[in-house]
Design a protein around this ligand. Structure first.
Ligand code: AP5
Ligand code: ZN
Length: 208
């Protein structure tokens, strides 16, 4: 399966991607995770991306498109990929189409995890992530339920930055819903329900 996950920040893209990866072993490519690792390791990409990420703004298209052109040609993508957090602008979507057509791996679906913005502000204020394994949890987890590692709060999960991320989503990324609908690739699931119920709809939508 070659799929794009769409949805506002905090809609549950990473949570659903982790479940698909656990069940089907597909390559999970999260631009947010790649960028956070680059910031942590202080690479050139990380240095260029940090201020945009801290403000909840998008990193420039040119950096992201170069990064993904390289990433999508790695061997682990040959059997399928889940794109989480990319594309986020029309320019990125057009660049993705060009690359996928060149490497002859067309998209099967664009899956929208649909959640109301007010639900999202609450969810993201409570989100915690594992320092060791990247597992996504909440403030109720004293330590990582998967590996016992230390949980931390992302720098961009404070209310002001979350609200800016939602504005950026509405302006720059939400138009991609129509973009993929126009290509007859859009599948939408209601993401404001328990994780396993959302996942059941994800599988149904993808014919899995
Ligand atoms: P990124 O890391 O992609 O952040 P995001 O899109 O804001 O998405 P999130 O990771 O916040 O949310 P999610 O939908 O994965 O939700 P999750 O499953 O964690 O990007 C960060 C930054 O990097 C951007 O702001 C930008 O600067 C830069 N960037 C990244 N990609 C870029 C690109 N392509 N172009 C330019 N810049 C880019 O769930 C959230 C919480 O809710 C968790 O606590 C979870 O436990 C909980 N939860 C999940 N599902 C449910 C449910 N069904 N019910 C209740 N709680 C739930
Ligand atoms: Zn962990």
């Amino acid at each position: 399966m070659n799929i794009v996950l769409l949805g506002a920040p905090g809609a549950g893209k990473g949570t659903q991607a982790a479940k698909l990866v656990a069940e089907y072993g597909t390559a999970h490519i999260s631009t947010g995770d790649i960028l956070r690792a680059a910031v942590r390791d202080q690479t050139e990409l990380g240095k260029q991306a940090k201020a945009f990420m801290d403000a909840g703004d998008l990193v420039p298209d040119s950096l992201i498109i170069d990064l993904m052109n390289e990433r999508l040609q790695q061997p682990d993508c040959e059997t399928g990929f889940i794109l989480d957090g990319f594309p986020r602008t029309t320019a990125q979507a057009v660049a993705l189409d060009a690359l996928l057509s060149e490497i002859k791996r067309p998209l099967d679906a664009a899956l929208l995890v649909d959640v109301d913005p007010e639900v999202i502000v609450k969810r993201l204020s409570a989100r915690r992530c594992c320092k060791d394994c990247g597992n996504i949890g909440t403030a109720a987890d004293a330590s990582c339920p998967k590996c016992g590692g230390e949980m931390y709060q992302r720098d961009d999960d404070n209310e002001a930055t979350v609200r800016n991320r939602l504005d950026v989503y509405a302006k720059s990324t939400a138009p991609l819903v129509d973009y993929y609908r126009g290509k007859d690739l859009l599948i939408s699931v209601d993401g404001d329900r328990p994780v396993d119920d959302v996942y059941a709809d994800v599988k149904k939508g993808l014919n899995l």
